[in-house]
Design a binder for this molecule. Structure first.
Ligand code: FAD
Length: 389
């Protein structure tokens, strides 16, 4: 498809994926972009996230997904710098690195394996004795057996990214008939795709029809609830996976690194906060926190650093990660509907993967450029043969 710069693009969903795509499209000269958001932009998973940019810490092999994650991580220094120059918002990219700690024999075995394959693959990873761990992070539990340090696994303040991206949203003006959110997105819920032949003509919302030349679905965990006559989105079967988080007050700056164990992680943030995450729960669209979730996160925190018993617990929250059946992102053109695209199912890595997702999809929409990742993560893999034949 060759996009004329005058065509209007409708993006359904104003999370980090939809907002990053809007920015990338604008940077490629597209000026008619509308975000349709049922809530407020960036208040769902993209708000709940811990902001880790960690392709290596949990990876067990160098597959396509791992390389996609690495390539997106490598975009982050420029992404952060550009967002600062475009908006004045510092997204707090922190390159101190990530520690992964072993506390049991089973943990030790898992970490040894990870160290061996990553070292053999010439990736940046260091093995630290317990003494070395305690030298760089003295508030870690003395029960630690040893640790791995991943100097290139970083963190960022995801809520600042949202703040920056919202500043870049085109402000809707007088000719618009639909209600507009304070962040500049259209207020409304996409209910149904309007298809004519092999094209989408627009989206039916709870407030009326929005027409567009090109539609991109970036509606996270809710993607498969949007209807259409071929069940194009419901067949992708995106489901929500709840993640609960805690935030502690930390006036003493107890940690410098992001610190993992196989049971969870700590993320030290500016503003004297430490995040503890996260549960992974298959409970539908319920995004409440629970007693059990909080207790399991507290136990994770106490194991990594008993000092948490003395810190004040400030906040708990939960968000819904979008998950596809094979656990991989779903990015690209919907087969046989030539002006309909999707970008979702980033599951536990949507903050990390936002810049690369936006780049490859914007290049496809504007310049018809085919990244190999659009093939690998294509929604075609979920297509029911019966539908479009
Ligand atoms: C607890 C937790 C911790 C996480 N930690 C990390 C981390 O450390 N690093 C990392 O990389 N990732 C992390 N993630 C994952 C990351 O947050 C997600 O992958 C990412 O935010 C998904 O972005 P999104 O834009 O697809 O979805 P969302 O942020 O959920 O945005 C989707 C938007 O679409 C809107 N929408 C949905 N349906 C409709 C509709 N029909 N009409 C209009 N609007 C609609 C929603 O209101 C929402 O605003 C974490 C997630 C959770 C929950």
């Amino acid at each position: 498809m060759n996009l004329s710069k005058n065509q209007d693009i409708l993006i359904v969903g104003g999370g980090i994926i939809g907002l990053s795509l809007a920015r990338s499209l604008r940077n490629r000269g597209v000026d008619k972009i509308t975000i349709l958001e049922q809530n407020e932009c960036g208040r769902e998973a993209s708000h709940a996230a811990a902001g880790m940019l960690a392709p290596q810490a949990e990876a067990d092999c160098a597959d396509d997904f791992f390389r996609f994650c690495q390539e997106s991580r490598d975009l982050y220094p420029q992404f952060a710098e550009d967002l600062f120059s475009e908006t004045g918002v510092d997204v707090e990219l922190d390159r101190t690195g990530t520690l992964y700690l072993a506390f049991t024999e089973k943990d030790a075995e898992e970490l040894e394996n990870r160290y061996t394959w990553q070292k053999n693959a010439n990736l940046s990873v260091e093995k630290l004795t317990a003494k070395e761990v305690l030298e760089i992070e003295p508030n870690v539990s003395p029960d630690v057996l040893f640790g791995l340090r991943f100097p290139l696994d970083w963190q960022v303040e995801n809520r600042k990214i949202i703040e920056a991206l919202i500043k870049l949203l085109p402000k809707q003006k007088g000719s618009v008939q639909k209600p507009v959110n304070s962040d500049g997105s259209f207020s409304g819920k996409a209910r149904r795709l309007l298809l004519e032949g092999d094209r989408i003509t627009g989206v039916e919302t709870d407030l009326g029809v929005l027409s567009a030349s090109i539609v991109v679905i970036a509606s996270g965990a809710w993607t498969s609830l949007i209807e259409d006559k071929f069940n194009l989105l419901s067949d992708i079967k995106i489901k929500p996976m709840r993640g609960q988080m805690l935030a502690f007050n930390d006036n003493y700056k107890l940690f410098r690194h992001v610190i993992y164990s196989p049971r969870g992680y700590l993320v030290p943030r500016k503003n004297n906060r430490i995040l503890v995450g996260a549960t992974v729960e298959d409970v539908g669209f319920d995004n409440h926190t629970t007693g059990l979730g909080t207790v399991s996160l507290l136990n994770t925190a106490f194991e990594i650093a008993p000092e948490f018993k003395n810190l004040s617990l400030k906040k708990t929250w939960a968000g819904l990660r979008p998950l596809a059946a094979d656990g991989l992102p779903v990015i690209g053109a919907i087969p046989e509907i030539e002006n309909l695209f999707v970008a979702t199912a980033h599951y536990r890595n949507g903050i990390l993967l936002a810049p690369k997702t936006a780049e490859i999809l914007a290049d496809k929409i504007v310049g018809n450029a085919d990244s190999k990742y659009l093939e690998i993560f294509s929604p075609r893999r979920f297509r029911s043969e019966a539908i479009l034949s």
